[in-house]
Write a new protein. Structure first.
Length: 344
């Protein structure tokens, strides 16, 4: 029904506009008595076959919602009713910022992909904290970044600020140094600045009465040498895991309107699948599986999830697939995961 009737209507309008309208409608709809319970019953599956304990957290299922969808933690409780095992909010920066100039999101329908150059548009960490005070049982990750106007040599201050501010409200943290839409941000993935950043965040972790997992989100456009450096940093500095991957700046083998190819920004969706899988496979092999990987990029069905798990991922996240396939995607994946585990 979604792909035949609802999606064609939604896709008539600007992607960012539809995103905001959808958020508004879901928020209103879920306030109707009994609707949240009904949606949860229709889309959520609970089974011990789906449960996974990774970096000390027991996930009810391995399918999460990637960062960027609910940047300001405005809808995570409502979205959890669609069956997600965890939801990542953000990217959050210390100060509110509007992001890049619109239009900044583009659909590549023939490639089942998106290009976005949003640029960490968010309402700031204080706004997010206020929303997280109403957090239910859903596992929430906090994806943190730096403000656009913060120079890289002062970026550590922004990450530490967000880490400390969000600490009591999220279950794990993700250090985002891999978005292509904030100038020079990806330079922080280089070994020297990355090591300095992680060391300072670990110092902050040691001050806390309890420890929360700290992960690193990386780009799919890194060289093998850069990936080996990142593995070294993760192992040396004892990070808890990696999220692979963010969006790509590559425009290889696209079939959509060539006019869209010149749009700057990160590409997500099916055209990211193979690049993401290559990075996951490389990291898992060259780290000997010494830390967990959350696989992201081009997940549209159960087979895509299995491929990521076989490459070495422990958990997965979806974003663009949720937009193209609709709200039943998580349930479809989890149902097949239960069957496959039962038959093993």
């Amino acid at each position: 029904m979604y792909k035949r009737l609802i999606r064609p209507i939604l896709f008539l309008f600007d992607p960012e506009l539809i995103h905001h309208i959808s958020f508004f409608l879901i928020k209103i709809f879920m306030k109707i008595p009994g609707i949240s319970h009904l949606i949860h019953k229709l889309f959520s599956i609970k089974s011990k076959h789906l449960e996974k304990e990774i970096f000390g957290i027991k996930f009810p299922n391995p399918v999460g919602l990637a960062a960027g969808f609910d940047k300001n933690a405005e809808l995570f409780n409502e979205l959890s009713n669609f069956g997600f095992g965890f939801i990542e909010i953000g990217t959050v920066t210390p100060k509110p910022q509007p992001g890049n100039k619109k239009k900044r999101v583009f659909r590549l329908n023939d490639d089942s992909s998106l290009i976005n150059r949003l640029g960490f548009n968010n309402k700031g960490v204080d706004f997010v904290i206020n929303n997280l005070k109403n957090k239910g049982k859903i596992i929430v990750g906090g994806n943190i970044g730096k403000n656009k106007n913060t120079p890289n040599h002062k970026a550590i201050d922004d990450y530490i600020y967000c880490f400390n501010a969000l600490f009591d409200y999220v279950d794990y943290f993700v250090v985002n140094v891999s978005s292509p839409n904030t100038p020079n941000l990806r330079d922080l993935q280089e070994k020297k600045p990355l090591t300095a950043l992680v060391k300072q965040l670990n110092k902050e972790r040691l001050k806390k009465s309890k420890e929360k997992p700290l992960l690193l989100k990386i780009s799919p456009d890194l060289s093998e040498k850069q990936l080996l450096d990142i593995i070294s940093v993760i192992e040396t500095e004892k990070l808890d895991g990696v999220i692979a991957t963010n969006t790509t700046i590559s425009r290889e083998n696209l079939k959509s309107n060539p006019k869209l190819f010149i749009e700057s920004g990160g590409l997500s969706g099916k055209k990211l699948t193979s690049k993401s899988n290559e990075v996951i496979r490389f990291i898992h092999k060259n780290s000997n599986g010494s830390f967990p990987i959350i696989g992201v990029g081009g997940i549209f069905d159960y087979e895509d999830v299995i491929e990521k798990l076989e490459c070495g991922a422990s958990l997965v996240q979806i974003y663009t697939g949720f937009i193209y396939e609709g709200p039943s995607l998580v349930k479809k994946i989890n149902k097949k995961l239960i069957i496959s585990k039962t038959n093993c």
